[in-house]
Design a binder for this molecule. Structure first.
Ligand SMILES: Nc1nc2c(c(=O)[nH]1)N[C@H]1C(S)=C(S)[C@@H](COP(=O)(O)O)O[C@H]1N2
Ligand SMILES: [Mo]
Length: 539
């Protein structure tokens, strides 16, 4: 005869407490391994599906969980850390991010396993919550399409299945008498298979060509543009622009040596055939233009020196190239900017927002939408298919790569990406000079030695460069031919070196007669100042 339900419940709870006061559980290490393998399976499956989806053009690049997570991570990282990384890690900022993310993901997947020890359901819930965070990261990216979240959802389902399978096989341990059953060998086998599958699918995802269409469109753009003889309109450069001193930076920086600064974890590979630029906001009429029509417009070719605001005194985040493109001012005027507008927010395909002063874009300087660099279609890393170039402004307020939108607006309506992180809103380039030769702590022989370098004050030009050895008077250096006021200028000084230790300093004067300031300032908020110097010993 059945007892009443209440009594049955009491009896069963009594039974568990007496016979199993500490139920045997999956061991701690087995749980951690299970969590990590389950998370790896989830990520591997999602990455593989994302790559397949991109290859057949069903998904955007945001579908990759690691990519979207990394990009959102950068966006959410406190400004102080981002700026510190921009200044101190240089090219290692992305590996550092990957390492940081890896550590966090390992910790979280271990937590999935440890929670699953209490009840597998808890582990599944944490896995699902982490999946939801990834989905949020994906959905927050620009150019996101709703189906981008599917790989992550399938990944979480696969990861959850792996977690459950591993927990079923895992050896149990009870606190009193150690191991109690489960099959250790079978568990390790399964964990190995899961880990192997995760690594294989992750690896496979990297092998799938996801940007074939973009590569093809770049090849095509190259033949189109050069067949129309649009490159190399400029007369050959006057020989005098290059002083050809050993060790001195060449006047033109080859594309392969050009510095690269951006927040993109993976270089965006846009397809020129589907690229479109939208100019909208405070305008009379919205303008939309595609790549073919952009190439049909009058093309200008200009040498312009680009500089990063993060360039330290003596630093190398500067390069000079020949840019070909369309005058930006003409396009903005076709849209008809409102008289109240004072800023153009340019946006890239990867969500970067860069604000430039409208007045500067329209003041007659050669602000352009560039499609080529040094006679070659823009390299993907430098913004293919179209980027902005504005002489006289640091890159962070002007040089938007992979540009897809220009919104005419006001500075009091929105803040650009770097401005939100404490950098100046306007960003005109400061007059600066750098010593390329001799190198720091060089050992020279007494007598004639060339001291040489570059000086720049884009859009004001350089009128004079002076060198000071120790406490002697400032002496004028010889300048290269000034091509335009938008490029850097080389300088060389014939120094009659005497034995001993010496300190060499350089300073430039811009085209308005303003001497470069000696005040020492760091790169934040709007560019470093102070004189570059070299300590050398002469014997
Ligand atoms: N889309 C995008 N454009 C960008 C950036 C970026 O992070 N994303 N960085 C800017 C900065 S800070 C600089 S200095 C220049 C550098 O251009 P380069 O990499 O071609 O030298 O690009 C600018 N354009
Ligand atoms: Mo920059």
């Amino acid at each position: 005869m059945e007892a009443n339900p209440l009594e049955r419940q009491n009896r069963s709870s009594h039974m568990t407490t007496t016979t199993q006061p500490h139920p045997a559980r999956v061991g701690r290490w087995a749980a951690i391994v299970s969590g990590i393998v389950a998370a790896a399976v989830a990520i591997g499956v999602a990455e593989l599906l994302a790559a397949l989806g991109r290859a057949v053009n069903l998904l955007s690049s945001n579908a990759s969980p690691l990519l979207s997570l990394g990009s959102s991570f950068i966006d959410l990282t406190p400004a102080s850390i981002v700026n510190w990384a921009k200044e101190n890690l240089g090219h290692f900022d992305k590996p550092a991010l990957a390492l940081g993310m890896g550590v966090v993901l390992l910790g979280l997947s271990a937590a999935v396993g440890l929670l699953a020890r209490r009840a597998v359901l808890y582990g599944s819930i944490l896995l699902a919550v982490l999946g939801a965070v990834v989905v949020a990261a994906i959905a927050s990216r620009s150019l996101f399409v709703i189906q981008d979240i599917l790989p992550t959802i399938f990944g979480v389902v696969a990861g959850n299945a792996a977690l459950r399978a591993l927990f079923r096989a895992a050896p149990l341990r009870s606190p009193e008498d150690g191991a109690t059953g489960g099959d250790r060998r079978r568990f390790l086998q399964m964990a190995g298979i899961g880990a192997g599958a995760a690594v294989a699918s992750g690896g496979l995802s990297q092998l799938i060509p996801t940007s074939a269409a973009a590569e093809a469109s770049r090849e095509h753009a190259a033949t189109e543009a050069s067949a129309a003889a649009k490159f190399d309109q400029l007369p050959p450069l006057p020989a005098g622009v290059d002083l050809k001193v050993d060790g001195l930076s060449p006047f033109v920086t080859p594309n392969g040596d050009f510095y690269r600064i951006d927040t993109a974890l993976v270089v965006p590979k846009l397809n020129a055939d589907t690229w479109e630029l939208r100019i909208f906001g405070m305008v009379d009429q919205e303008v939309r233009i595609n790549y073919a029509d952009l190439l049909k417009r009058p093309q200008i070719e200009r040498m312009v020196t680009l500089t990063c605001v993060s360039n330290e005194i003596g630093g190398d985040l500067i390069g000079n190239a020949k840019w070909q493109g369309t005058a930006l001012a003409d396009l903005i005027r076709e849209a008809g900017p409102s008289a109240d507008a004072d800023m153009v927010m340019s946006r890239s395909s990867d969500g970067m927002e860069i604000g430039s002063p409208l007045e500067v874009l329209l003041d007659g300087r050669d602000a352009m939408l560039a499609v080529a660099m040094n006679g070659e279609v823009l390299p993907f890393e430098h913004g293919f298919p179209v980027r902005m170039v504005v002489p006289g402004l640091y890159g962070y307020v002007s040089a938007t790569k992979w540009v897809v939108e220009l919104e005419v607006m006001r500075y009091d309506q929105a803040q650009a990406y770097w401005t939100q992180r404490g950098w100046g809103a306007k960003g005109p380039i400061k007059t600066a000079s750098r010593i390329d030769v001799p190198r720091s702590f060089a050992k020279l022989t007494a007598g004639k030695n060339a001291v040489a370098g570059v000086a720049w004050a884009q859009h004001r030009g350089i009128s004079k460069v002076e060198v000071q050895v120790d406490d002697s008077d400032w002496a004028e250096a010889k300048l290269s031919t000034q091509l335009t006021k938008d490029t850097w200028r080389q300088w060389v000084y014939e120094w009659d070196a005497t034995p001993g230790n010496h300190n060499i300093k350089v300073r430039a004067t811009d085209g308005t007669g303003q001497v470069q300031t000696a005040d020492v300032a760091g790169v934040l908020p709007d560019g470093a100042t102070g004189y570059d110097s070299r300590a050398v010993s002469v014997s």
